[in-house]
Each structure stands twice: as C-alpha cells, then as structure tokens.
Design a protein around this ligand. Structure first.
Ligand code: MSP
Length: 565
C-alpha cells in the first residue's frame, strides 16, 4: 500500500516535502536515530542524553504501534546509533596516544556500545563509520550527488575548525581567548568558540546555495520538522546568512586528512567527515547494504521502499547546522526526502553553566562511573525528567540523588512495597473487584495521566510525560494515606476495594513508565503478575486484572534501595 501515516492523528494522507512532516510511510520501518559519537573521548552524561531521548521515543513508538486503528498495519521500529570515527580530530587523538587510529576507534567504539548497553540502550543497528558497508553507502551517495552536477573540484581558501570538523566562513570567525590557555588570544569560530586554522587546498565543492529554497520550504512545512521551535528560528537565520550562499567543501586532500573515505575515482582526496558521518543514517536503513547502494545508484529511487525517511532524529544543539542545513541539502540535492523530524536538545552544564564536555575536561564523572553508583533507570529517569530542549539544565549528583529519592525511592518504590506487602495483602493476590466508588478518584487520575502522556510523547516533551506519571503516583499515595486500608478489616470488602483501586493506579503508572525505565517497570509488572501491555486505552485503562491473580514472588522487589545516594 502506498501512502503516509501521521503518527499524531493516525490519519492517512498523501504527503511530500512541504506537507505534514510527522508522516511516515505505512507498512515500513519507522527509523529513530541518535547522532553518532566521536571516538576521541569517553562517554559522559551529555552523550547519554542524546541516546536516552532517542531510545525513549523509539520505545514509546513501539508501545503505540499496537493502537487498535493501526493494528492491521505491519509497522516496525528500527533504532540506530553508532560511532563517528574518521577525520583529523580522531587521527590527532590517536597520535597523541601513540596508537593507530584504527586501534583507538575499536577501543572507544566498543566502550560507547558497552556503556550504552549498561544504560539499557541496545540499538537494532550500531554503525561504525570505519565499516566497509558504510564506505559503500557514502561512495554511492557521493556518486549520486556528482551525477546530479552538485559536486565539482575547486580550491578552498579559508578557515577550518578541527574541534567542530567545520569549514568556517570569514565572517564567522572572531579573535577570542584560546580555550586551551585563556590568557592568550587566537582566531576562533564565533558559533562554537573553538580554535580555527587557515587552510588553502584543492577541494571538492558542493553547490549548497542551489538547495536553499528547498531547505527553507522543508523547514517551514507543517508541523515543523525541527523541534523545539526556538531552534527552527535559529536554523532559518543560518539559512539567511551569507555563508549559506557559499559552496560547501566536501573533501580534504588525502595528504592532509588521510583517515577518511576515499573520494570515488580520486584517491588523492578523502570525503569531508560530516558528509561521511551524516550518511550513517542511510547505512542503518537495512543490513542489506547492496540494496541501499542499488537504490542510491538509481537516480529515480527515493529510498522510500527501504523505509526512508527517518521518523525521528535526535541531536544536540551544537550540531544543528549540520543536521538542519547540510543534511537536508544533501538529501534534497539527491532527490531524497529529508527526515520527518529533528528533535534538538540543549546541554547539560556544570553549576557554573559550562557545557559538560570532554575537551573542557569538566564532566563530573564518566558515564561508566555514574552507572557504577546509580541504577541505569534512575539516570534515565533524571535525564528525561529534567533535561532541557530549549534551555540547558544543570547536572549534578546532588540533583540526581534528590530526584531519585523523592520520585523513585519514596514514591514509586515505596508504593509497590507498601501495597503488595504481606501485612497489607496477606493472600498476596490481586483483590477482587468490588461494587464501590473507591476507584473513581484513582481511575480519573489514571485516565488523565494516560491522555497527558500520549500528548506529551507526541509533543516530544519527555519531562511533562514523566511529571504526569509522577502526579498519578502522588494521587495514589494520597488516596492510600487518606483511606488508611491498614485500619480496615483484613478480609473486608472495603479494604479490598481501596487496595485494588490503588494497585490499578500503580499498574497504569508502571505501564506508562516503561520507555523511561524499562528494567524497573518489567520487575514491578512481573511482580504484580500483569502484562507489560501496549499503550492502547483498552489495554491500559479498560482491561481489569483478574481477581485473585497471585503476585509472582513472596516479597516485592526493592526497586530503588534507600541506602544508595
Ligand atoms: N560526531 C558528531 C555527530 C555526528 S551525527 C551524524 C558529534 N559527536 S559528539 O560525540 O561530539 O556528540 C554526540 C552528541 O552528544 C551530540 O548530540 C551532542 O550534542 C551531545 N552532547 C555532548 N555533550 C553534551 C552536553 N554537555 N549536553 C548534552 N548533550 C551534549 O557531535
């Protein structure tokens, strides 16, 4: 079937560039991506934010694809991540360590992959840009752009920023403090503050100006493909700047940057690392690389039969220009639709407001160290609950620990152990449903939370989604505190009724929390002996748990021990 499905409304429509950007092709893969990570440092909390956000929305999408209106459509979610391994920056990091670039890449790529797995982020595909399958895709994309007359050999005389791996126009550099030694001044990129160097070399140029109007049209489509809206305005300003009318260099001489993918038919040049890196999103479309290359080699093939375009691409605000100007330019130039949605997040900062970063050496602790101290789910919850999209957020272990104690130890964990303890329910079973109004307040709160979470997920506001669930759990706690079931007769109907209502609220909260805290929710739902159900109103709100369903174990799991920080 040919058509497009709108995630928000579940409606069918025919849509092209400039129309509903949240539409994704029916019966095909829904692709969710993270940026791919530079292998010149160890994973820290900022990297974790990009992957956890993408993982959260991919998991939520998996839970929603079983909505009754969609159940007849075969729809799979594909979630991809990876490492960005080429370029001067990585080669320089390897030489500083006196090891071969390949050895550094193998080691750091593995560490990203393993650390993400500890965070419960296990992508369907993890691409490394040094893999031969990726080189085949990049070369095919290059040939396609060349066939369409958008790439030609020329000379680049100007600034280059190694930290950002970016060609920087003359009007975008300023004299500023040297980040390595602030007492000295040097020429830096105005946008990132990183040092630039002058280069003068033969280079292939991509005629980006030709795509300016098409990119603007894509950016201005409804709903906007760039979220949040603050970032859209930034991108529009970038598009209007003089730099956007200049050709973009898309190669470096091999003599200068040897650690890269060869330009097809000209081994004297390697492909610019951002064109190489952005093409990872094409590489992860399928494990059948030959099919991707064949599609790229066929100029009339827009890759939609392979599941293109991505449903959601998550990225940090520092790489906005590359994803919202360069990336759609390359794609539109190749006759391929740009992604449906770019979700751009802000930074985690130190208390003094500096971006947590490897180059500034100010990451409080590595991600692995944090994961040794805190549960992955506590970290995921904190990032999703308090991380910013438009505005930066401060990261500190004090804030993390406070959030964990208030919302996970005292509220969620406590509710599970309190409601299912043997003193409360000696038979360790779901109480029978009873005729009473006891459930009304909890049921109303559960319905509100369900609707609010669905809306917040559609609006990509993970913090609001988690706050709605937190409100539901607070209502359940208050209800239990007010009704004091422990004061009611042990085998009386009233006690059963109060506990059943409270357990229903807890179950709904856990079902809704699944994409944020998969392990915790699985443990708790398993203990309650209920299904980890999909996100349909019928399954979540209107399918009662059978009376007398026994709990799975003698004692409830301690979800978040109090003894930890
Ligand atoms: N390799 C490029 C991306 C290429 S995608 C085709 C890159 N890599 S990175 O390792 O530097 O950054 C990866 C992600 O981590 C980006 O989304 C970036 O914004 C994010 N973060 C790195 N530090 C961050 C914070 N302090 N806070 C939040 N996220 C930040 O860029």
């Amino acid at each position: 079937m040919v058509g497009w499905l709108c995630e928000q409304t579940s409606s069918l429509s025919v849509c092209g560039v400039g129309q509903s950007s949240l539409c994704t092709q029916m019966s095909l893969t829904r692709l969710f991506t993270t940026p791919i990570f530079y292998v010149n440092g160890t994973p820290h909390i900022g990297h974790a934010y990009s992957v956890v956000l993408a993982d959260f929305y991919a998991r939520a999408s998996r839970l929603r694809t079983a909505r009754p209106t969609l159940s007849q459509l075969p729809s799979t979610v594909r979630f991809a991540s990876g490492t960005d391994e080429h370029g001067f920056k990585v080669a320089r990091a390897a030489s500083a360590l006196n090891i071969a670039p390949r050895a550094l890449c193998d080691q750091v790529s593995r560490s990203f992959r393993d650390t993400f797995a500890r965070l419960d982020v296990v992508p369907d595909d993890f691409v490394r840009t040094t893999e031969s399958r990726h080189a085949l895709v990049v070369a095919a994309m290059w040939r396609r752009l060349e066939r369409r007359g958008l790439i030609s050999l020329s000379i680049y005389s100007g600034w280059y920023c190694v930290s950002d791996e970016a060609f920087v126009p003359d009007d975008a550099v300023v004299t500023g403090p040297d980040p390595a030694d602030p007492t000295r001044s040097c020429t830096v990129s105005r946008e990132s503050g990183n040092v630039v160097e002058r280069i003068d070399e033969p280079t292939y140029m991509f005629d980006m100006a030709r795509l300016r109007d098409s990119v603007r049209q894509w950016l201005l489509s409804t709903p906007s493909p760039v979220r949040p809206l603050e970032r859209l305005n930034e991108v529009l300003a970038m598009l209007d700047s003089p730099a956007a009318s200049l050709p973009l260099s898309v190669s470096r001489p091999r003599a200068r940057v040897g650690w890269g993918i060869e330009v097809p038919r000209n081994p004297e040049h390697t492909i610019y690392v951002w064109l190489d890196a952005l093409c990872n999103y094409l590489t992860v479309l399928s494990h059948d690389t030959a099919a991707i290359v064949a599609a790229l080699d066929d100029d009339s093939n827009d890759l939609s039969s392979l599941g293109w375009p991505p449903t959601l691409q998550v990225l940090g605000k520092d790489i906005l220009r590359f994803h919202a100007v360069y990336w759609p330019s390359f794609l539109l130039a190749a006759g391929i639709r740009p992604p449906a949605e770019l979700l751009v997040h802000a930074f985690w900062t130190t208390a003094s407001g500096d971006k947590v970063s490897k180059s500034r050496g100010n990451a409080p602790r590595t991600l692995n160290e944090l994961l040794g101290e805190y549960e992955a789910d506590a970290l995921r919850y904190f990032l999703l609950r308090h991380g910013g999209l438009a505005n930066d957020s401060e990261f500190s272990e004090t804030l993390l620990a406070q959030c964990r104690t208030a919302e996970l130890v005292d509220r969620l964990g406590n509710l599970l152990s309190r409601l299912t303890g043997a003193s409360m329910l000696p038979l360790q079973r779901w109480p029978a449903s009873v005729q009473s109004n006891d459930g009304a307040v909890v049921d109303a709160a559960a319905r509100t939370a369900f609707a609010d979470v669905m809306a917040a997920v559609d609006a990509r506001r993970s913090g609001i989604a988690l706050e709605s669930i937190s409100t539901l759990l607070r209502t359940v706690n208050t209800f239990v505190a007010e009704r004091q079931p422990w004061t009611l007769a042990r085998d009386g109907m009233e006690r059963a009724s109060v506990l059943r209502a409270a357990l229903h609220g807890l179950r709904v909260g856990l079902v809704l929390l699944q994409p944020a805290m998969p392990t915790t929710c699985a443990r708790a739902l398993d203990h309650l002996n209920v299904q980890h159900c999909q996100w349909s109103e019928a399954a979540v709100l209107d399918t009662p748990v059978a009376a007398d369903t026994p709990f799975a174990a003698a004692a409830a799991p301690i979800l978040f021990p109090r003894t930890k920080k």
